[in-house]
Design a binder for this molecule. Structure first.
Ligand code: FES
Length: 95
């Protein structure tokens, strides 16, 4: 859900069998990786701090229009309206 009036973006994080609904807004975090680090505090996640070199921030994204999961580096994903209504699957183990 994206409320254009106040720029609220709602997405769902899935991790360790739990689903956590997150309410954020454009620009609140530098990237999806920063949001996940803040919300889930997973040890080892985002080791290179968003430099795109470690691969520890790999997640899967699905949206309401397609059941297909896309593998993405969370540090390369900006917090914007494209994340509205998405499901973000965070692996149980960080490599
Ligand atoms: S934080 Fe290292 S690749 Fe994304």
């Amino acid at each position: 859900m994206c409320d254009a009036a106040n720029n609220v973006i709602i997405l769902t994080l899935h991790h360790l069998g739990e689903s956590i609904r997150i309410k954020t807004f454009h620009g609140q975090y530098h990237s999806l990786m920063s949001l996940i680090v803040d919300q889930l505090a997973i040890p080892g996640f985002g080791l290179c701090c968003g430099m795109g070199s470690c691969g520890t921030c790999l997640v899967q994204i699905t949206d309401r229009y397609s059941p297909v999961k896309r593998n993405v580096l969370a540090c390369a994903i900006h917090i914007n309206n494209e994340l509205a209504n998405t499901d973000i699957i965070v692996p149980d183990w960080v490599y």
